[in-house]
Design a protein around this ligand. Structure first.
Ligand SMILES: [Zn+2]
Length: 135
């Protein structure tokens, strides 16, 4: 990302346990992997423009992996941590809110009205009466 993340996030290093299998000896081992936790600031950067504020509204806290490689304790092979595990959104760790809720939060944070739930036109009574012959 091209923008300055430090204006949007505070950073805190942390260590998380992980288990990886060595590609050479196939033995799994537990590793302590260093990450940086980026926590969204309370407000967008001062002096930011509309784009900054919109961008800020969509940001989520996340963890960025610092370590790229580990060394197998069994055979000494240095190998790369699978790269698809290099970024984790914090809400993936702590239970995702449902998508609709997330949309509303984003809308609220950006000052836009939330999309209204689809309004159902009121039906005349003949349609709402309990039906008996419908399959
Ligand atoms: Zn190994």
């Amino acid at each position: 990302m091209a923008f300055d993340e430090r204006a949007f996030f505070t950073e805190k290093p942390e260590t998380r346990p992980a288990r990886y299998q060595c590609p050479r000896c196939r033995r799994p081992a537990d590793y302590s992997i260093r990450w940086v936790r980026r926590v969204k600031r309370d407000r967008p950067p001062a002096g930011g423009d509309e784009t900054d504020r919109a961008r800020f509204a969509k940001l989520r806290d996340y963890l960025l992996r610092v370590d790229d490689e580990v060394v197998c304790p069994a055979c000494g092979k240095k190998f790369e941590i699978p790269s698809q595990h290099s970024l984790l959104f914090t809400d993936q760790l702590e239970g995702l809110p449902d998508a609709d809720e997330l949309e509303r939060e984003i809308a609220a944070a950006s000052g836009q009205p939330a999309p209204a739930p689809e309004a159902k036109p009121a039906l005349p009574p003949r349609f709402t009466r309990k039906s008996t012959g419908w399959k």
